[in-house]
Design a protein around this ligand. Sequence first.
Ligand SMILES: Nc1ncnc2c1ncn2[C@@H]1O[C@H](COP(=O)(O)OP(=O)(O)OP(=O)(O)O)[C@@H](O)[C@H]1O
Length: 564
Amino acid sequence: MTDLCGLAIPWLTKDALDTLLAGSGTAITLWKYPALIALAAGVQVIFRYFWRTYVFGFSRHIEWDVRNAIFAHLQRLPLSYFSHTKTGDLMSRLTNDMVSLREMLGMGAMASLDAVLMMSASLLLMVVIDPWLTLWSLLPLPGITALMLVAGNRIFNRYRDIQRHLSTLSTFVQENLAGIRVVQAYAQEENQQEYFGGLSREYRVKNLDLVKRWGYFWPVTSFLSGLAATVVLWLGGRKVAMQTMSLGELAAFYGYLAMLTWPMMAVGYVITLYQRGSAALARLFEILDAPVAAGYQTPGTGQVSKLHGKIEFRNLSFRYAPDAPLVLQGITLTIPAGTWCGIVGETGAGKSTLVSLLPRLHEAPPGTIFIDDVELRELPLQTLKHAIGLVSQDIFLFSDTIRENILFGNGGATSEELDMAVDLAQLTPSIQGFTHQFDTILGERGVRLSGGQKQRTALARALIKNSPILILDDAFSSVDTETEERILEQLKGFMRGRTAIVISHRISTVMAADQIIYLKDGRIVERGSHETLLALRGHYYRMYRRQLLTRELDALSDNGGARR
Ligand SMILES: Nc1ncnc2c1ncn2[C@@H]1O[C@H](COP(=O)(O)OP(=O)(O)OP(=O)(O)O)[C@@H](O)[C@H]1O
C-alpha cells in the first residue's frame, strides 16, 4: 500500500501536467490533483508507519527467540566446551552478532521487499509510458549489479574477519577486568594497555579497509544512476520536442526512474546488512551446532523419583578426551547409603574428577557408576542432580544478595531452613556482621567475602538442598581448623542417614569417615578406616605423620612466641 501510494504520485503529476498543458484545466482540476497527491502522500506516511512497526517488531521477536534459544543451548553444553571457548567471544556473539542478525531481518527484509516491489512496479510503469526509453535508460544500471557481485564476496569475508576480531577484543577486556587484581598486583597495567592498544588498532585498520571498499561503491552507484537520468533527459527531451511524448509523461518517467535508483542503491545497503547478518548467523550457528552434554542427550528414562544414596563405582576408568591420558583407572568402590567416605591423595590424583562424574558433569563410560544399584544414565537427570549437594573446589558466587546465593540451592526453602543451613555452615556470625545481613550484595557491587566465608556460603547453598548425597570437594581448605571441626561436629547430626563424600588434603577432615580411600595417579592405592590405614604404614600414614609434625611445629612456634 505504501509503495502503491508512492507510485501513484508521478502518475498523478503526469495527468496534472498533461491536463494543464492541453489547456483543459478547470478550477476543479487545479484543486483535484494537488489534493490527490497530498492524499497519496498522507496515506503513504500512515502505512509506512505501520509497516515499519510491524517489520521491526517482527525482527525484535526473532532476535528474542534466537537469543533465548542460544542461551538455553549454552546452559546444556558440556563443560569441555567452555574450557576451549572464551567467555568474551560468547558474549560478543550474543550481543554484536545478535544486532547484525536483527538488522538483517528488520531493516534488511524491509529494504529488500521495498526494493523488489518498487523496482518491478516502477519498471512496469516506465514500460507502459515508453518501452524504448526504458531500455535505453536501463543500460547503465546493470553496472551496479556487476559491481556488487565483484565486491560482495570480499566484503563478506572482511565482515567475518571484523566480527572475529571484535570477539578477540571483547575476550581481552573481559579477562583483563576479571583478573584486574592479578594485573595490578603484577604491575602489568601498561603492558595490558599496550596490548589492548594493538588489538584496538587492528580493529580500526580492518574497519577502515572495509570503509574504503564501500567508499568507492556508493559514488560509482550514484554516477551510474546519474548516467541513466542523463540518457532520459537527452532522449526523452528529444521525444517531447518531436511531440511523440508528452511533458507529463517525461516528468512521470523521471519520477519512476528516481524511484528505481533508490532500490538500486538499497540493494547495496541490503547486501551490506545481509553480509553482516549471515556472517553473524554463521557464528551463532556454531554455538547451536555444538552438541549438548551427554547427560542432556540421554537424560535417563527410569521411574526413580527418590534416591537413598548408595554409590558404587565398578572398574571405572576415565579420560577427558579420547586422545587424553587416563585420569582414573580401575576404580572399584562401594559407599553404602548413609555412610561417609573420605578421599585423600596427591594433587592431580583424580579426586575432583571422580566426584564430578556423579552429577554427570563429565560422562563416565557406561556400566561403571551406580546409585541405589541403578546405572547412572538410567536415572532421570533431574532426580540425580536434585539428589546431590556439591561444594566444589572453585567456589562461584553470583553478584546478588547472600540470601539469593544460598537459595540458589533450593529456591523453595523456608526461612527456618535458610537459618539452619547458615547455622550448620557456621556462617551466622559473619552474616550478622554485615549491615544488610541476608540482603548484603556479594561480588562486583557489594561486599567481598573472605575465602573461608565464600566456602561456608557455598556449603550453606549445598546443605539447603537437603539432598541425600553431599559431596564436599576440599570445601574447608580456607577455613581454619577450629571452625572446620565445629562444622564437622554439627554436620554429624544433619548427615545422619545421608551419604557423604569428603575430599580433603587434611587428614583431620576425613579421619572420622566410615571409610577412606587414598588416590594416587588415578588409582585407589589404599582403603579402610583411619586406624586401618595408619596400621598399613603406607601413603596415608606418611601423610598423617607429615601433618602431625607440622601441627606440632606450629604449636611449638606458637608457644615460643607466647613465651617471648
Ligand atoms: N576439565 C579437564 N579437562 C582435561 N583434563 C583435566 C580436567 N580437569 C582435570 N584434568 C586433569 O585431570 C587430572 C586430575 O585432576 P583432578 O582435578 O581430578 O585432581 P585432584 O586430585 O582433584 O587434584 P587437586 O587435589 O589438586 O584438586 C589432572 O591431571 C588434571 O590436569
